[in-house]
Ligand binder design. Structure first.
Ligand code: ADP
Ligand code: MG
Length: 700
């Protein structure tokens, strides 16, 4: 007992150069400079960088590191790293271990093979990485990892961290202005906090290796529904099987070493599906940690003979995997700005932040939708298991009543009292546990934070949080501009909140988001329903969205156009890989399997008829005829898919290709799949060349 009590705290963060450790290795003056850099954004001098690099090196060498790397987050959605050893020749065939401030601060990786969306001309292949001093360095696999941003020669962001940091600054700046209006003179920074809940599947590695679709695409492209899926709800929160328990324990320890607050783990709804949720932290760290978590989930699985699937929809017919992005704002002293307060003034401040969020989401719903649009997520959004593709906000009954009262200026619950007056009246208590019941809502207020549920399990959380931060910055800026000049603050505040809620309450919806009637209602309200990636991506570069993000210094116009290009290309590439993989599997294994099975059935019929002349061979004949007919269908449908793939017009631009993939290839793949799934139910197991859903989902 005691041993664990001591062991885990000692283990936690043991591979991280966190503030406590830094203090032991770095001179106090350099530490002070680093702290001012964090708090006031003051630049670090080279001398300070040298001091920090010295301390970092000493610590890294003591902990067995031989290399260092600038770790960055290019537009692939994965992380990238290039390792350099610390060795430096010292004459006479000897070396010393070196690491300078310059090497800490800046790197120059060849950027030519990372997506740039046309930002980087081919003759200028260099990209630059620069240390992000707000994120701790850490050691993984004998290498010192230095979190960095990644940008082009001309200073344009080529990564997911740079704009996230910009958005964090933007929202902080505007939120502090609002706090000043409410008499807060101390807060210097407002922090966006994020807790991402990560879903994943674990399957047996040997079976995985037998499925080309899983290996190439991360998801099954076909597979008949097993006799049992998730109908019994027996997996959700069920007792965790020993092999999975061992994996989860190992995973926790690896994450803890890296200072990741892995907290909650449980079985999810689908068989073989699980979830890990960390304790929330600042958005930049949360994003780094989530990238690390996804990486480590896969590596640890391998040690256990398992494969961790992070794809949004590895298996049709059972739930896919998402990532709930719990988001809130807090002051640098830890006061949550989305927590309803106890005094009228705290309530007024809360209502202002709440209103800003509602207005921002309504105003920029298409933009927010576009941040979760990619091929994998098209299988989830709007498919009766994840949120619909229409964005709306769930507030729960108590807050909705409050809003009604403000908007209508009608009596609020208690008849004896007048309408709720902001800044004068106290809010009713808003229970945290009843606000979280509606699982169908894409954006739910859960007591003191918003839970954005549209993210796919494999995606970087950077994009959605960039937009959440920026729309908040935008609305708070507008409000601060209006209120700073107001003569009667309370009256102006009341009018502002009331008018904003009147104008934007259409985005509020507490009902069942899965019902068809909601889609009709949403249409009447004028809410956007961008059903697929092909519909949603173009919204990213709507003029008002470019204006918004460039106004707050988060993206330049050219950065947005580049990103848009990358996202569209990525969609088309994924669909083309899936189509090619499906064709390959059909041609190389499935048609053969069908032929072998019908051939053996026919041989059996001939032999049986010779041995038993009166026998009708009904079983063999029926099977042979059905499988043979399905084989012909499969041949035709696969040929149609191949033709569609091969005849994609060469003249299409990225947007044209994306639409072609969505309109032609996706339905053609669906047809192929339909035939395969039917065939799978008829072909004898010993002839079916790949593991079935039954094997894959019920073996760990
Ligand atoms: P549930 O499944 O009920 O949504 P979980 O405990 O699985 O709850 O996940 C909730 C997530 O929200 C955790 O990552 C938690 O740390 C995070 N969270 C809690 N409070 C906040 C907050 N104020 N801001 C951001 N994230 C938060
Ligand atoms: Mg949740």
């Amino acid at each position: 007992m005691n041993e664990t009590a001591n062991r885990i705290p000692a283990l936690f963060g043991s591979c991280v150069f966190n503030e406590e450790t830094m203090q032991q290795y770095i001179q106090p003056a350099a530490m002070d400079a680093w702290r001012s850099c964090l708090q006031e954004g003051k630049a670090l001098t080279l001398a300070v960088a040298n001091d920090i690099a010295d301390g970092m090196k000493a610590w890294a060498l003591e902990h067995g590191a031989t290399h260092f790397t600038h770790w960055f987050q290019p537009m692939t959605g994965f992380t990238a790293e290039k390792h350099d050893s610390f060795i430096s020749p010292a004459g006479h065939g000897t070396i010393v271990m070196e690491f300078s401030g310059k090497e800490l601060v800046r790197g120059e990786p060849d950027a030519s093979s990372f997506p740039s969306g046309g930002l980087r001309a081919t003759f200028e292949a260099r990209g630059y990485t620069a240390w992000d001093p707000t994120a701790y360095a850490f050691i993984k696999d004998g290498t010192l990892y230095i979190p960095t941003v990644f940008f082009s020669y001309s200073g344009e962001a080529l990564d997911k961290k740079t704009p996230l940091l910009r958005s964090i600054d933007a929202v902080s700046r505007q939120a502090v202005r609002i706090l000043r209006l409410f008499g807060d003179t101390k807060t210097r920074k407002v922090v966006a906090n994020v807790g991402p809940e990560q879903e994943y599947f674990l399957i047996d590695k040997e079976l995985y290796l037998k499925r080309e679709d899983l290996r190439m695409c991360g998801r099954t492209l076909f597979g008949a529904k097993p006799p049992k899926g998730q109908e019994l709800d027996d997996h959700y929160y069920g007792s965790i099987r020993p092999r999975v328990t061992a994996y989860m324990q190992d995973l926790d320890e690896e994450l803890w070493k890296l200072g990741i607050y892995s907290k909650t783990k449980h079985n999810e709804v689908a068989p073989s599906q699980h979830e890990m949720a960390p304790v929330y932290c600042d958005c930049n760290t949360a994003c780094d940690h989530n990238q690390l978590t996804m990486d480590i989930m896969k590596k640890v699985a391998d040690r256990h003979g398992l494969v961790c699937l992070l794809h949004e929809k590895p298996f049709a017919g059972v739930n896919g995997s998402g990532k709930h992005d719990n988001w809130s704002l807090a002051t640098d002293s830890g006061e949550n700005l989305f927590a309803p307060g106890k005094t009228p003034s705290q309530n007024a401040q809360f209502l202002l932040f709440l209103t800003a969020f509602i207005e921002g989401v309504d105003e920029y719903q298409e933009l927010l939708r576009s941040t979760v649009a990619f091929a994998g997520n098209d299988h989830r959004l709007g498919a009766q298991e994840a949120p619909p593709a229409v964005i709306s906000i769930y507030l729960g009954d108590e807050l909705s009543d409050v809003i009604d009262s403000i908007v209508g200026e009608t009596d609020y619950t208690d008849r004896k009292k007048g309408a709720l007056r902001i800044g004068v009246d106290v809010l009713p208590s808003i229970p945290q546990d009843t606000t979280d019941r509606n699982r169908t809502s894409p954006l739910a207020f859960t007591g003191n934070k918003f839970e954005f549920r549209m993210l796919g399990s494999s995606q970087s959380i950077s994009g959605p949080n960039i937009v959440l931060n920026t729309i908040m910055a935008e609305e708070l800026q507008k409000y601060a501009d209006a209120l700073e000049g107001a003569e009667d603050f309370e009256a102006a505040l009341h009018a502002l909140i009331r008018d904003a809620l009147r104008a934007h309450r259409r985005i509020l919806f507490n009902g069942n988001g899965y019902e068809g009637s909601w889609l009709e209602e949403a249409k009447r309200r004028g809410l956007a329903n961008l059903a697929s990636t092909a519909d949603a991506l173009p919204a990213f570069i709507l003029e008002k969205n470019i204006d918004l993000l460039s106004r707050h210094g988060v993206f330049s116009r050219s950065e947005m156009l580049a990103r848009h290009e990358i996202h569209m290309e990525n969609y088309s590439k994924v669909i083309k890989i899936e189509a090619s993989t499906l064709i390959d599997i059909v041609q190389h294994t499935l048609l053969n399997a069908a032929t072998a099975y019908t051939r053996d059935l026919c041989t059996a019929i001939l032999q049986k008829k010779a041995a038993l002349p009166g026998d009708a061979c009904r079983v063999e004949s029926a099977l042979a005829a059905s499988v043979s007919r399905l084989g012909e269908d499969l041949l035709d449908r696969c040929a149609a898919l191949k033709t569609a793939l091969d005849t994609m017009p060469k003249t299409l631009d990225a947007e044209g290709e994306m639409h072609y993939c969505h309109d032609q290839l996706v339905p053609a793949m669906g047809k192929v799949r339909e035939t395969i799934d039917h065939m799978e139910t008829l072909v004898a197991s010993s002839y079916w060349p790949v593991p079935t859903y039954c094997d894959l989902l019920f073996s760990v």
